[in-house]
Design a protein around this ligand. Structure first.
Ligand SMILES: *[C@@H]1O[C@H](CO)[C@@H](O)[C@H](O)[C@H]1NC(C)=O
Ligand SMILES: *[C@@H]1O[C@H](CO)[C@@H](O)[C@H](O)[C@H]1NC(C)=O
Length: 153
């Protein structure tokens, strides 16, 4: 198999993989996008976040280097205002599905973030920026997802 054909196979395979994931954009900085993102069953933008529910985000990313600690940060932007979402679990090492801290370079990390959408949240469109930092405040992965808070059905 020549190199070109191999590349085409890889690209087609990754498109197939991406198509059942949640659509996101990068953070316009040099922090990498994760390999895979699943937010509830959301496959099209904007993701609908039902009031009174808990949103589950599963994120898969590769450790760019040896990591001892992980800290998640969620910033919601609506009407030009940035608000840091108050996460109940601030130690990211407690949110890992497949591995424990410390993490070796190149390990694949599966991370689960849970975000309760409280009943008093306004039903608005917003952007959610999710970053995971290491113990030295370096970004390990980052993405932005468009979302809309909707009434419980
Ligand atoms: C997240 O991962 C957990 C554990 O693998 C799985 O049970 C759950 O269905 C996943 N949720 C989403 C939204 O992908
Ligand atoms: C909100 O955050 C973005 C980057 O995430 C930044 O570009 C923008 O200036 C911030 N806006 C305010 C009002 O702080």
């Amino acid at each position: 198999m020549n190199q070109f054909f191999k590349s085409v196979v890889v690209i087609v395979a990754s498109l197939a993989l991406v198509s059942c994931d949640t659509p996101v954009t990068d953070c316009e900085n040099d922090v990498s996008l994760p390999l895979q993102i699943q937010i509830n069953d959301c496959v099209e933008s904007p993701c609908e976040l039902e009031r009174g529910s808990t949103v589950v985000m599963n994120v898969t990313f590769r450790a760019p280097h040896y990591v001892e600690g992980l800290t998640p940060e969620v910033i919601a932007t609506a009407l030009g205002v940035n608000v840091t979402y108050p996460l109940s679990e601030t130690n990211g090492c407690n949110s890992l599905l497949n591995i424990r801290c410390p993490i070796d370079a190149e390990e694949i990390i599966r991370y689960q973030l849970q975000m309760p959408i409280l009943a008093f949240y306004p039903t608005i469109s917003l952007q959610i920026k999710f970053t995971i930092y290491d113990e030295n405040s370096n970004g390990l992965m980052c993405f932005v997802v468009a979302a809309r808070v909707v009434l419980a059905s």
